[in-house]
Design a protein around this ligand. Structure first.
Ligand code: PLP
Length: 361
């Protein structure tokens, strides 16, 4: 079987060059006589891998020096608890509800204090991102939490909310590394790696240094950002192999010209797909134009049976994992960094063909 175009929302496609490099280095990494997955995380050869990974990520994202980079486990979902445990020192935090993950984060925070839904787009089935301004937030909130790209609904903030002096905490799981972001606008950025960065098992946290050291005393040691920062993400065994693959991905991005180049590639892919969707009426794209995600593109035929047929026939044509999230239905094409332009061209050609062959009554 040939490799397919995999539109999965995550775990998702990896750049083929990265897989090839990892395969070539699998049995004997740089003359160490062993695979990276067999190494002690305290060995000099591995120390270099994790240090390089951090430095490369700093370079790719232009992370300011007053931010720490943490390589953690537990997925983005563990951060839903770690954020309030570390940052809710007044016991108050404001959440913008723009989809399922931000709602989960909000519900988790309610276990630890006064979490408040400052804005929500639930009433429009999360088909757009709420427009928020400083006045929407409580002046004494410890932080404001947003989910920057809503993987399930295919929406994204087209702006960085102004929270004044309140630290902005953002879940960037499904858009990190897709385009440049101004890290200095955020107090904390976190992301599960399996969308756009590495295999599942790694979570990256980028945190402004002055926010460290406020964890409440019952915070599990493993969730305490300061402990992790003080130990260079090695309080315990880090997700060694995932960090190594992430390093290869950072090198791949730099080799292609960094995040400006990624943005140009991603814009071109998204423009092709949205451009097609906007120019016909067989498929409908439910998301408001000003909230469209560049990474996750959702669309429906309006008929659940046709949607099902679409996904089945697409898979036969080598275009897999196009089924929308179980809570939304329809289709979702996740077109992360690793999806080549040709994959989107093939998808659009398939969509045209399917529409022609399956007229609606
Ligand atoms: C996938 C995803 C999550 C959940 O990530 P896990 O690593 O499975 O916990 C959270 N937020 C966003 C935006 C996601 O895309």
């Amino acid at each position: 079987m040939e490799r397919v175009y995999n539109f999965s929302a995550g775990p998702s496609m990896m750049p083929e060059e990265v897989l090839q490099k990892a395969a070539a280095e699998m049995l004997n990494y740089e003359n160490s006589g062993m695979s990276v997955m067999e190494m002690s995380h305290r060995s000099p050869v591995y120390e270099k891998i994790i240090t390089d990974a951090e430095n490369l990520l700093r370079q790719v994202m232009e992370i300011p020096d007053n931010y720490k980079v943490l390589f953690l486990q537990g997925g983005a979902s563990t951060q839903f608890a770690a954020v309030p445990l570390n940052l809710m020192s007044n016991g108050k935090a404001d959440y913008v509800l723009s989809g399922q993950f931000s709602t989960k984060a909000y519900q988790e925070a309610q276990k630890y204090g006064d979490a408040y839904a400052a804005a929500s787009s639930k009433d429009i089935n999360f088909s757009a991102v709420p427009k928020v301004s400083k006045e929407d937030f409580r002046a004494d909130a410890d932080y404001v939490h947003i989910c920057f790209n809503n993987t399930i609904y295919g929406t994204k903030f087209s702006y960085i909310p102004d929270t004044g002096d309140i630290p902005l905490v953002a879940d960037l799981s499904s858009c990190i590394l897709s385009e440049p972001v101004d890290v200095s606008k955020f107090g904390v950025i976190y992301a599960g790696a399996q969308k756009n960065m590495a295999p599942a098992g790694l979570t990256v946290v980028i945190i402004r240094e002055d926010l460290l050291g406020q964890a409440r005393k019952e915070t599990p040691t493993m969730l305490d950002y300061k402990v992790m920062a003080d130990n260079g993400s090695m309080y315990n065994t880090p997700p060694c192999y995932c960090i190594y693959v992430a390093k290869l991905v950072y090198e791949w991005i730099l080799g292609l010209g960094g995040l400006q180049a990624m943005k140009a590639r991603n814009e071109k892919k998204a423009a092709l797909l949205y451009g097609y969707l906007d120019g016909q009426d067989y498929y409908k794209a439910p998301v408001a134009k000003d909230s469209r995600s560049m990474m996750n593109v959702t669309f429906v035929t309006g008929d659940a049976d046709l949607d099902k047929k679409f996904c089945a026939e697409a898979a036969k044509a080598g275009l897999v994992n196009l089924k929308g999230h179980r809570s939304v239905g329809g289709m979702r094409a996740s077109i992360y960094n690793a999806m080549p332009y040709e994959g989107v061209e093939k998808l659009v050609a398939f969509m045209k063909e399917f529409a022609k062959n399956n007229p609606k009554m």
